[in-house]
Design a protein around this ligand. Structure first.
Ligand SMILES: [Mn+2]
Length: 324
């Protein structure tokens, strides 16, 4: 997978590096183009890695069968994380592997019309959260809600204009705690995959269609944040992103990339690249349905098809043994 290693830097470049025939083999091709003649070969090559899975039972049905692997689940875990790129315009992200914390934020674009830097608040939140984590005693468990609250207070106090959605997730470092914790505001979101199937998906907070709750000096802080936790185990994959990801790519399509990447031995960076590339391509499509176009037809009664052009942030965190 060395061709996916980190030299790239724009979504367009990433998108071009993911072989189209590979996408077609996994049903992720959005453009109606003639496929190379080796497509069947790639499909069988890929299929040889694993049995294709159907959508399977939803999160509710997949819970409750944890007992058999409980001893393994209790082993010390850590996050091996990556993001496809450093900068994302009005989106921002951070991560700290040793502390087991990742976060993404999305500056609310409406502020752009008022002539302010719509990315100031999201960058402020992620910069403040990262600084807070770095300043903590190593090994200190991170509470995502407290971290988001402090990051908000720092950002608001700095006078940053605008507002932002945000999500922060943490996994207690090193020890025997296998609990993934989260706090989020708005439609910055995440999904947890186990065996390539979703076992948890955050639900967006919005006032009305396309108007997510946000953190801003005017609208306030983290009182409305959604918080929660779940047990994770080695091999779980956490995909964290802004609406540029989740409005363009269906959960099932992300699951396909997670299964493909797991079967092919992707690194977190490889997987983040491919997920971001799929989201980018979909965001420019005028044809295929996206989560956004379906919602838009439902809530606005329009005839929209295709994706939603937006900044796209994707962080992928593998849950791995603390001793690996
Ligand atoms: Mn966005």
């Amino acid at each position: 997978m060395e061709t996916l290693e980190p030299i790239q830097q724009t979504l367009r470049e990433i998108d071009k590096r993911v072989p189209y025939s590979l996408r077609a083999a996994f049903g992720l091709a959005h453009r109606p183009v003639a496929l190379p003649s080796d497509d069947g070969d790639i499909a069988s090559f890929v299929a040889s890695f694993f049995q294709p899975q159907d959508d399977g039972p939803g999160p509710a049905e997949t819970r409750g069968n944890d007992e058999e692997e409980e001893p393994r689940a209790r082993a010390g875990l850590r996050m091996d994380w990556a993001c496809y790129a450093r900068d994302h315009d009005e989106d921002a992200h951070f991560g700290h592997g040793e502390a087991g914390v990742v976060g993404v934020a999305d500056g609310v674009g409406g502020y752009r019309k008022r002539g302010v830097d719509a990315g100031a608040f999201s960058r402020g939140l992620m910069t403040a959260a990262f600084a807070e984590v770095c300043a903590a005693e190593p090994g200190t468990p991170v509470c995502p809600h407290t971290l988001l609250e402090r990051a908000y207070e720092d950002t608001a106090a700095s006078g940053a204009p605008g507002g932002s959605t945000a999500v922060i997730l943490s996994l207690a470092p090193g020890g025997t705690d296998n609990t993934l914790r989260w706090a989020f505001i708005g439609d910055s979101a995440f999904a947890v995959f186990r065996g390539g199937r979703i076992v948890h998906r955050s639900r967006r907070q919005q006032k009305r269609f396309n108007h997510p709750l946000q953190l801003s000096a005017r609208e306030g802080g983290v009182a409305k944040a959604d918080v929660g936790e779940m047990a994770v185990r080695e091999g779980d994959v956490v995909v964290v992103g802004t609406d540029g990801l989740f409005d363009n790519v269906f959960d099932g399509e992300i699951g396909v990339v997670v299964r493909m990447g797991t079967a092919l031995g992707f690194s977190p960076k490889n997987m983040a690249d491919v997920v971001a590339g799929v989201a980018y391509e979909m965001s420019r499509s005028n044809e295929r349905d996206s989560p956004y176009s379906i919602d838009s037809r439902k809530h606005r009664g329009d005839r929209r098809h295709g994706g939603k052009p937006d900044d796209i942030t994707v962080v992928v965190a593998f849950i791995v043994s603390a001793y690996s």
